[in-house]
Write a new protein. Structure first.
Length: 76
C-alpha cells in the first residue's frame, strides 16, 4: 500500500472530502462509519484493505472535524 499526501485549500474542504469517502464505504457495506469503526477497533471486522483504509479515513475525519469544531468555538 502506497502512502498518498493530499493537500486541501481549507479544513472544511478536507472535512467534506472525507465525509464523501466515508459515505461511499457506508453505502457499499450498509453500516455507519461509527458502528464500523467500533467493531473494527474491537477486532470484529477483518483486516481487508478496504476496512483498513476506511478505519484510517474515519480517524482522519474525526481529527479534522474536531479541529473545525474547535476553531468554530473560538470564533463564537
Amino acid at each position: 500500500m502506497r502512502k498518498q499526501r493530499i493537500e486541501y485549500d481549507s479544513p472544511v474542504d478536507a472535512l467534506v472530502t472525507m465525509a464523501k469517502r466515508l459515505s461511499g464505504y457506508e453505502d457499499r457495506y450498509r453500516i455507519t462509519s461509527e458502528d464500523f469503526f467500533d467493531k473494527f477497533s474491537k477486532g470484529k471486522m477483518e483486516d481487508s484493505t478496504d476496512f483498513v483504509e476506511w478505519a484510517n479515513d474515519y480517524r482522519h475525519y474525526i481529527v479534522i472535524r474536531n479541529d473545525v469544531e474547535r476553531h468554530l468555538r473560538n470564533v463564537a
